[in-house]
Design a protein around this ligand. Structure first.
Ligand SMILES: Nc1ncnc2c1ncn2[C@@H]1O[C@H](COP(=O)(O)OP(=O)(O)OP(=O)(O)O)[C@@H](O)[C@H]1O
Length: 345
């Protein structure tokens, strides 16, 4: 297994930098997931690391070795890409064995390894099946077995579970994580699905317009989004301009009133993020609001509130406590659920 270091990697298409001096490292045995909206440059990053995309500047190192001039097939990477479908004319075993035979493994050695890998991905004995007879999830597992077969130093996944329905995705993502843990695989994955990234990765990097907007552990990024862009991408919509006044208690002045923020929050202009879990609807003489919608989310109800003269506000309520559409409520805020973000984007 190997570490990956990407330094100041830049790819331009015409005038436009699709990767703009990207720095990113993946330690040995670590899974890093690059996350971001469509068109942000995620696939281009993977392709550049794999040697499938020429770069304009910067460096890719695998296990400390500069990969400049090393062609894709000599980089010793396992690839599972959206556009690298299985070979339909080969059976499952033929697909999994592909990389092994390319590397000169004997027929017997390849057959033994294929059996081992199919076992590993939960498809024991499926070697003779036709690819067309497999479900989407089974095909995904075969693609994974094919990528893992030559024991690559680094595994690269592009939207690994993209095509699958939600239930299957949630199950497979746990299986993948356990598998990588067990094998000690170093993994760089890209996805636009934050749930998938947070469940799979030790560390996530949020990408925007060819740059890394934030990187950290899933809980760091979730707890402390670095910008309004990251917060929005994570699904937080309660964002409003504000000005923090230091003191005890510290407060922030916003269109939703003067709200409490944790002591020690730096003074000055900001964008304020209010987590829906920090919006309480039993707020005594607090902010007046009216319920405009309720959306059932499984473990809570998202309640959307209309506040006169201010943006709408979302609250997360238990099913039992969620008010009805049209109800008038008073809102109070938990300081611990309010996060000060930089004032612009
Ligand atoms: N060969 C190319 N020539 C010109 N532009 C390209 C080329 N490849 C990609 N792009 C552009 O670069 C941008 C980044 O594309 P990329 O596929 O890396 O994004 P992405 O974040 O992976 O998006 P998605 O999640 O939709 O796959 C897009 O605007 C895309 O249109």
């Amino acid at each position: 297994m190997a570490s990956l270091d990407v330094e100041a990697l830049t790819v331009r298409f015409g005038e436009r930098s699709v990767l703009d001096a990207v720095d990113l490292s993946v330690a040995e045995r670590e899974t890093v997931c690059v996350l971001g909206p469509s068109g942000g440059g995620k696939s281009t990053l993977l392709r550049a690391v794999a040697g499938l995309q020429a770069v304009d500047a910067g460096r890719v190192r695998v296990a400390g070795r500069d990969q400049a001039g090393v062609p894709a097939h000599r980089r010793d990477l396992g690839l599972m890409f959206q556009d690298h479908q299985l070979f339909p004319q080969r059976d499952v075993a033929g697909n999994v064995a592909f990389g092994l035979r390319m590397r000169g493994a004997s027929r017997a050695r390849a057959a033994a390894r294929v059996a081992e890998l199919l076992e590993l991905v939960g498809l024991p004995g499926a070697g003779r099946r036709a690819v067309a007879s497999l479900s989407g999830g089974e095909q995904q597992r075969v693609a994974l077995a094919r990528a893992l077969a030559p024991e690559p130093r680094l595994l690269m996944l592009d939207e690994p579970l993209g095509q699958l329905d939600r239930g299957l995705r949630e199950r497979l993502v746990v299986e993948l994580r356990e598998l990588f843990e067990r094998l000690g695989t170093t993994v760089l994955a890209v996805t636009h699905d934050q749930g998938e990234a947070f469940a799979l990765a030790h560390r996530v990097a949020v990408m925007r317009d060819g740059r890394i907007a934030q990187s950290g552990t899933p809980s760091e990024v979730w707890q402390r989004p670095a910008s309004a862009f990251v917060a929005r991408f994570l699904g937080f919509d309660n964002l409003v301009p504000g000005t923090v006044r230091a003191g005890t208690p510290a407060v922030v002045r916003t269109a939703w009133g003067e709200l409490p923020v944790p002591d020690g929050t730096p003074a000055g202009p900001c964008t304020l993020l209010v987590r829906p879990t920090g919006v309480r609807l039993d707020g005594g003489d607090g902010l007046r609001a009216r319920v405009v919608s309720r959306t059932f989310r499984g473990d809570h109800v998202a309640v959307l509130l209309d506040v006169e003269g201010a943006p709408r506000l979302e609250a997360a309520c238990t099913l039992r406590r969620a008010p009805d559409v049209g109800d008038a409520v008073r809102v109070a805020f938990d300081a611990e659920e309010l996060v000060r973000l930089p004032p612009h984007a």
